[in-house]
Write a protein that binds this ligand. Structure first.
Ligand code: URA
Length: 157
């Protein structure tokens, strides 16, 4: 299961996660470890677009009350899917699973929490604005290959 931050404009319009530019980076990363979008479950911490008022509205980071308001939905998704591996994309998703952890410290380093493994990654959008981040993301996601192999490919409980 991959968890991002929240829907952007295209995601809000289509009701599907990561269908815009960040989604193309995500697809590239998945392809790098032999996975397709259909092989994974992708969702977000917040379920509605966080944007500044104005024309055009601009994406902004989710506010704490928005994260709290959406938490039951994320919890319900986790309860239904019971993923053995959760890949967090960006600092907001990281905070939802490993509060207090700093992404610069833990990215690419799997963290065990009970039966679940959390793999923190930088957010794909970050790579769009910082070309140096793309190779870091490509390297960090490689660990997924080892994690999946260790589980014989079974990614759910
Ligand atoms: N960024 C996210 O965090 N989630 C999306 O669905 C799209 C972009």
């Amino acid at each position: 299961m991959f968890v991002g931050e929240g829907p952007g404009k295209e995601e809000d319009r289509t009701g599907r996660p990561f269908v815009g530019r960040a989604g193309r980076v995500l697809d590239e990363l998945l392809a790098g470890v032999g996975l397709r979008r259909e092989d994974v479950y992708v969702t977000n911490v917040i379920k509605d677009r966080a944007a500044t008022p104005g024309d055009p509205p601009r994406d902004r980071p989710p506010a704490p009350p928005e994260i709290t308001a959406c938490a039951p939905w994320l919890a319900a998704q986790l309860a239904l899917i019971r993923p053995r591996i959760v890949v967090t994309l960006g600092r907001h998703a990281l905070a939802a699973f490993l509060p207090g952890a700093q992404i610069a410290d833990v990215h690419g380093r799997p963290q065990r929490r009970g039966a679940r493994i959390i793999l923190p990654l930088y957010h794909p959008s970050y790579a769009l604005h910082n070309p140096n981040v793309r190779p870091v993301l490509r390297r960090d996601i490689q660990i997924l290959t080892d994690l999946l192999r260790a589980r014989g490919g079974a990614a759910a409980e």
